[in-house]
Ligand binder design. Structure first.
Ligand code: NAG
Ligand code: NAG
Length: 382
């Protein structure tokens, strides 16, 4: 992120303008802590580590929501009112694959938009199809999340696609690129109501190159990913590690923006990466958050997020919203460096560069052709 030191906003904006990026993640470090901070602890590798944890004045204002959540998950009456109860009543259309009745290791929800069939077809023709998925000992299900298009003809086309592929979930909200929080809340709700038996839930953007194989490797040993010793993860591997244990911990992982590096932008001019007004979000820093192209949640975290979300005020974009849920629950996100949000280069035919992507889980902002090239490079047809 050296490109975008905050002292050179003009050149940063130029880069962004040239690449035409939709979300950008440029950091500027603040000098002193404008919010109160506590520490949170996390267990890793048998050691307990402490992290700074911002206490954010954002509804629901509660210092540690865990106790409160324990209450409501037991069906006790809540001492607080729900701030956005709507999403729990969201309706979903046209999903009919029996696989959700089985136990799933990973349920992957792709945040898609209706018109973007090309992206969906890319995923279907590469990693998100049954022959490929069945190579793994893990049971994996992939679903594209969309809303309702504004034009009827688009809906008719979508319905045809749904009938052919049976891999689309449509929520009853207006579909666009700026509804990612609704989409993620919808995904949590749909999974909770209709596809509950998963160990992990992953949200990925639609415009990514995604490596399922690396995701599985990461889950098997998140602390030490990528493992030095080569281990096959295909079905021939006799002893795949169990994911059960991890799924019952507060595991929430991806590319993490740490405390003090996520600063809200207030206006277009101040160059902040994510714009929110003071009314929408008043704290001077964002929570520690997992950036949007890829987020993976254990079953336990997905369930906690689903139950807490009605009490936490809505905010776009979803990466910050999920960060807020984690913040309220004192969940420390787990970082992996193997997510690339932005490449400030076109990857062209540079095989040296491609090779360096070997362990990447997710690469964001590539052209469709580039994603196809990478897929063929890492998955040559024998
Ligand atoms: C938050 O509350 C839970 C449940 O009461 C407790 O186990 C946990 O230690 C608390 N965390 C912090 C950081 O206070
Ligand atoms: C190809 O990528 C490598 C690794 O990033 C870089 O060092 C090299 O300059 C690139 N070559 C060209 C021709 O762009």
């Amino acid at each position: 992120m050296t490109c975008c030191n905050f002292s050179v906003p003009v050149s940063c904006l130029a880069v962004v303008a040239i690449l035409g990026l939709s979300t950008i993640h440029l950091y500027r470090k603040i000098e002193k802590e404008p919010v109160s901070v506590t520490t949170a602890t996390t267990e890793s590798d048998g050691r307990t580590e402490e992290y700074p944890f911002p206490i954010l004045e954002y509804p629901l204002e509660i210092d540690n929501a865990s106790e409160f959540l324990d209450l409501i998950m037991l069906g006790q009456p809540s001492p607080y009112d729900e701030i956005n109860p709507e999403f729990k009543n969201m309706q979903f259309f046209s999903y009919s694959r029996s696989t959700c009745q089985e136990d799933l290791d990973i349920l992957i929800l792709v945040k898609s938009v209706v018109f973007n069939k090309a992206d969906r077809d890319f995923h279907r023709s590469t990693w998100a199809n049954l022959p490929y998925l069945s190579k793994f000992s893990e049971n994996i299900q992939v679903v594209f999340l969309v809303g309702v298009p504004e034009e009827t003809p688009d809906q008719i086309l979508l319905q045809d696609e749904m009938n052919i592929h049976h891999d689309i979930v449509q929520g009853d909200f207006i579909d666009n690129n700026f509804d990612t929080t609704v989409k993620v809340l919808g995904g949590l709700t749909w999974a909770h109501n209709f596809c509950k038996n998963f160990k992990f839930l992953a949200f990925i953007n639609s415009d990514v190159y995604f490596s399922l194989e690396n995701t599985i490797k990461f889950l098997r040993d998140p602390q030490f990913y990528p493992a030095k010793r080569k281990r096959s993860i295909l079905k021939t591997n006799k002893n795949p590690l169990s994911l059960d244990k991890l799924s019952q911990t507060d595991f929430f992982a991806g590319g993490v923006t740490p405390f003090n590096l996520g600063i809200p932008g207030r206006t277009d001019d101040d160059g902040g990466p994510i714009l929110v007004t003071n009314e929408e979000y008043s704290p001077q820093v964002f929570p520690i958050y997992v950036r949007s192209p890829f987020q993976i949640l254990s079953q336990q975290v997905a369930s906690k997020f689903y139950h807490l979300a009605p009490f936490v005020q809505y905010l776009y974009p979803e990466e910050i919203y999920l960060g807020l849920l984690a913040n309220k629950l004192r969940i420390q996100p787990v970082n992996t460096d193997y997510i690339k949000d932005q490449l400030f280069v076109t990857i062209g035919e540079n095989k040296t560069l491609w090779k360096s992507f070997k362990n990447l889980i997710c690469l964001h902002n590539l052209l469709l052709e580039e994603r196809h090239m990478l897929w063929s490079y890492f998955n040559p047809v024998h």
